[in-house]
Design a protein around this ligand. Structure first.
Ligand SMILES: Cc1cc2nc3c(=O)[nH]c(=O)nc-3n(C[C@H](O)[C@H](O)[C@H](O)COP(=O)(O)O)c2cc1C
Length: 403
């Protein structure tokens, strides 16, 4: 495998020599890309000798190979260790003023970051916000650990030991391929049911969880078709840029149903994460409803039930195909989320049901999520909380464990 090791300007750079050594020993092609500051801590000759490849910080070297993007394009994984507060901020902002910056922007490979800095720098709101940005983009952040720092002080901020970063790199590389050969169809976002040409009945789904599932499966080698109703456009851009994700758009529940009906037969796994309206307006008005035309009587809106898309997918499920449902549940007194989930899973007949608790301030639109995953034996196979990407990875784990 091709691994890029980005090294930035912290004392812990010397420990990364050991990480590079371990990766080379595994048989990987390792390209070290230091920042200019990193070279003040450990010099280029060390990195070149240990990685057996030339080392530069500049986008202007080896221009004939278009090295500033080639390294990222060809990488199977990029690890940044140690990652300074400055480089984490640079990554969050998407800056590309050196070879490490351009490499990180040019890569579609998984990125692992091992922060190292003083506790105050780590705890600063700016650093925390930048780390969250990276997490929502699917970057794996390992550490920092707590312990002795550069000076006499100690606390959170110490880079995770190179052996542990090496083990994490191994796990990410293994996971990168474990969904290869599978075709996923994932729905995401909230449908909109028109009332008139300018109004609709919608819901608060941002599509973030469904998009995270699509990206997680694609990062792990699956070919993914994402069917998106209305979703946060910045989140969707992450999926649209992925080389293994194709995106289809749908507006209403009926459109979503039709698109999924066409795509489902070719899928190995269908993940129904879209928030589909249970009801639509019986007769949407062709003209905008106004106070003038209603003569002071508010218009009555009659709703009719939409088709149960998930039930239809289960009914038409092809041989060997897995159907995964999502259920957004508000808690009820005297019944746990898992109990509600089990009842729903049986009713829907899905292979896996991912249940998340929603309320006025939980679930929808949030960066984090918590899921209880129930399998066809009505067992809770995972209860996970974390970023939507972390939760998505746990769901893909559950799918692959069954397959
Ligand atoms: C001795 C020394 C140790 C440093 N250690 C760290 C560190 O562990 N983490 C960090 O974020 N910055 C550290 N810095 C500050 C960075 O080197 C500085 O912010 C630099 O601009 C980082 O550049 P880079 O991210 O491009 O490598 C250290 C500076 C010095 C002089």
């Amino acid at each position: 495998m091709n691994i890029v090791v980005g090294v930035t300007g912290g004392i812990a750079a010397y420990k990364v020599v050991q990480l590079v050594r371990l990766l080379v020993k595994d048989g990987h092609e390792v390209h070290v890309v230091p920042t200019a500051d990193a070279l003040r801590f450990v010099g280029a000759p060390t990195w070149e000798a240990i990685s057996r490849h030339p080392v530069t910080t500049s986008v202007h070297d080896d221009v004939a190979r278009v090295r500033h993007v080639a390294l990222g394009q060809e990488a199977d994984l990029v690890v940044v260790a140690p990652a300074t507060a400055n480089t984490i901020a640079t990554m969050a902002a998407g800056l590309a003023d050196d070879l490490l910056g351009t490499t990180l922007l040019a890569t579609a490979a998984p990125v692992v970051v091992a922060p190292a800095m003083h506790t105050e720098m780590w705890r600063h709101a700016a650093t925390q916000a930048n780390v969250r940005t990276l997490l929502t983009r699917g970057v794996r952040v390992i550490g920092p650990d707590s312990g002795q720092l550069t000076g006499d002080d100690s606390g959170p901020g110490r880079m995770t030991e190179p052996e542990l970063i090496h083990a994490e790199v191994g796990r990410v590389l293994a996971a990168r391929c474990d969904a290869r050969g599978l075709r996923f169809v994932v729905s995401a976002g909230g449908t909109r049911e028109p009332i008139d040409p300018v109004r609709y009945i919608g819901n608060r789904s941002s599509g973030k969880q469904g998009v995270a599932v699509a990206v997680a499966a694609a990062d792990r080698g699956a070919e993914v078709t994402l069917v998106v109703a209305h979703a946060d456009e910045a989140t969707l851009a992450l999926a649209a840029a992925h080389p293994r994700i194709g995106v289809h758009r749908a507006d209403t529940a009926a459109e979503l149903s039709e698109t999924l009906r066409g795509l489902a037969p070719a899928a190995d796994v269908i993940v129904m994460a879209a928030a589909v309206a249970d009801y639509r307006v019986a007769e949407a008005s062709d003209r905008k409803l106004t106070k003038e035309t209603s003569n002071g009587v508010p218009p009555a809106i009659t709703l009719v039930e939409n088709e149960d898309i998930l039930a239809g997918l289960v009914e038409r499920r092809a041989e060997g195909q897995m159907v995964v449902g999502f259920a957004a549940e508000t808690p009820e007194a005297g019944e746990s989320l898992a109990e509600r989930g089990v009842r729903k899973r049986r009713r829907k007949g899905v292979d896996l049901l991912a249940v998340n608790e929603v309320g006025w301030s939980t679930g929808f639109e949030q960066v984090d999520n918590a899921l209880t995953i129930i399998d066809a034996r009505d067992e809770v196979v995972a209860s996970v909380a974390g970023t939507k990407r972390e939760v998505a990875d746990a769901l893909v784990d559950a799918v692959l464990a069954i397959r």
